[in-house]
Structures are given as structure tokens and as C-alpha cells.
Design a protein around this ligand. Sequence first.
Ligand SMILES: Cc1cc2nc3c(=O)[nH]c(=O)nc-3n(C[C@H](O)[C@H](O)[C@H](O)COP(=O)(O)OP(=O)(O)OC[C@H]3O[C@@H](n4cnc5c(N)ncnc54)[C@H](O)[C@@H]3O)c2cc1C
Length: 320
Amino acid sequence: MSKIPEDAIKCLDKGFVRLVDAMGGDDAIVQAARVSYGKGTAKVSQDRGLIRYLMRHRHTTPLEMVEFKFHCKMPIFVARQWVRHRTANINEYSLRYSEARDEFYFPDPEHIQFQSALNKQGRLGEVSESLKTKVRDYFEEISNRSFEIYSELNDAGVARELARAILPVNLYTEWYWKNDLHNLLHFIGLRSDSHAQYEIRVFSDAMAESVKKVAPFAWEAYQDYVVSGLRFSRVEQSLLEQNLPERVVDDILEDIVYQITASLHNNKPREDHELFPLYEKQGGHDSKDDFMLKWDSGEIEVGNVRELREFKEKLLSLKK
Ligand SMILES: Cc1cc2nc3c(=O)[nH]c(=O)nc-3n(C[C@H](O)[C@H](O)[C@H](O)COP(=O)(O)OP(=O)(O)OC[C@H]3O[C@@H](n4cnc5c(N)ncnc54)[C@H](O)[C@@H]3O)c2cc1C
């Protein structure tokens, strides 16, 4: 089985993730999206805006135009979780065809913890040094012994496809794993999350490094709208509608209107006398004097006009 290649990211004690090949990047997403939205003039900032729009509106098929092929080596129990992601193409090292190597995962002491009482699928709390040593010893004992038996059966000519069944799930396996960006982000979203098991999170985080390099705008948008974005259920929304003071919503709306005005001006500079009417047209309620005071303070942030308008619509819906 492979040693850790130079261009790979080491994962756990003996595993790795290596990007073998990538097809496309942010450009490929934009190229595909423009088939549906029409060409227009394509500046880098517009590409970023378009990708952010796609992510915000869950128009995800353009993301499927980007492909990643990884060579990965991981313990079988990690692979077991990994294969649940059905949208990838996989080719795995075969223990029917080839002999297993003496490569087992032994957890670092810092990752040997107690079963969490709160999270039935998690670990928590510091265990004693003596228990950590015992865990390590058991891992080594069972791995070494099972490998001895495996080798004995192998030497006796027992079929490899049967002899392998004696080996534990901390044995390392490896595969080529190919997936498109949309499904890879979904994988990373689930497996880099704090609820995922530490051992698979390490691999997911390593793959995320490739995504950041290959499709930085898509990665940024995924973080902003999916990972850090909040969705409210109907019940939660109705609670917000009932309990959020109208004054608070109005204050935020006013800020948004200032930001829309500043962003429009930033995109296409207006004459001074056009600014206040522009602000009023966006729904601003301040007097001209107050407007000028705030405008001259230079504290108004600029953003993406479309996104700000969408936020304004959401806020208005809370006032209904
Ligand atoms: C923290 C955590 C805990 C978990 N615990 C358990 C557990 O206790 N037991 C367990 O069995 N699993 C568990 N899983 C696995 C989980 O249920 C999913 O099987 C796994 O995360 C793959 O997710 P997926 O189906 O969305 O991904 P993928 O298979 O990559 O699919 C991506 C998306 O494609 C679509 N899709 C793919 N195939 C189909 C299909 N056949 N029909 C309809 N839509 C499809 C779905 O929209 C899906 O979300 C856990 C996962 C996590 C992250």
C-alpha cells in the first residue's frame, strides 16, 4: 500500500489525502451558469457575485461542472462512514486481489476520551493516562495478533478474500475517490462539522484545502450561505414575527437602505444632488439633513445590491 506521497496531506497516523486531478474551478461554474443566465460582461467581481447568487439560491448544477479526484488512505472504519456518500466514484484497494499490509490506526492519546453522555455519537472528557495506555496497548495487541493470524492463513494458502475477514476495522485501506464540487461540499459540510467523528473530520478538512485552492469563490460562498447561514422554520419565523419589536426591524431596514444606496453609488457614481433621491427611492425615511450627516460619516458599508435587496425583502416579511 502507498506510503505518504510528498504532495499529500497527512491524515491521522498513517493516512493521507492527495488531490490527483481537478477539472475546472470557479471559471467552470460561471461558464455553465452563464448558459442559463446569458453572457453579460464578465469581470472577476461579477463572477464572484454570480457564484454567491447561485449558492444563495441553491442553484447548484453549475457546481457539478467542477470535478475532484483524490487518492486517499484511511482506516476501514473511516471508509465505512465515507462510502455512505453515494454520489462519488470510488475504486478501492482489493484485499481479494492483494495482500493486506501491516498498517493499522492507533489513536493519539489526546483523542482517547470517554463516551459522551450528551452526544450518543461523540466523545468527551479527559481519561487517565493509565486508561489511555491500556487503550493503545489493546489496539496494538489486537492489530498485531490479527495480522499474525492473517499472515499464517495466507501462507497456508487460504483464499485472501476469506483470510481478510480476520482483520479489524482499524486496518488502513486506500482508494481513488472522484466527486463533483456540489457533492464534495455536501460531504465536507457534513464531515467537517463538529458532530462528525474526529477521524473522518481530519480527511474532510484535508479535502477542503483542495477546494479552497481550486474554487475559492465557491468555497467562500459555501461558508457564507450554507455553513454559516441560518434557516428559520415556519414556527421559528412566526415567533420572530410576533416577538421582534417593529422598531428593531425598522432600524435594520434603515441600515440596509443606506447600504443599498452606498452600493449603487459605488457601482455607478452619482452626482451629489442625486444621492438623497436615490436613498428615498430605496425606501429611506430619514430627513435630508440626517441623511447627509450619516452619509458624510463614511461609516456606511457597501455590499452586493441584489443580496441586500433580498435581505430587505426578508425583513419586510417579518413585519407582516
Ligand atoms: C454526524 C453524522 C451521523 C450519522 N449517523 C448515522 C447513523 O447513525 N446511521 C446511519 O445509517 N447513517 C448515519 N450517518 C450517515 C447519513 O445518514 C448519510 O447516509 C450520509 O451522511 C450521507 O449523506 P447523503 O445521503 O446526504 O450523501 P450522498 O449519498 O452523497 O448524497 C448526496 C445527496 O444526494 C441525494 N441522494 C443521493 N442518493 C439518493 C437516493 N438514493 N435517493 C434520494 N436522494 C439521494 C440526497 O439529496 C443526498 O443528500 C451519519 C452521518 C453524519 C454526518
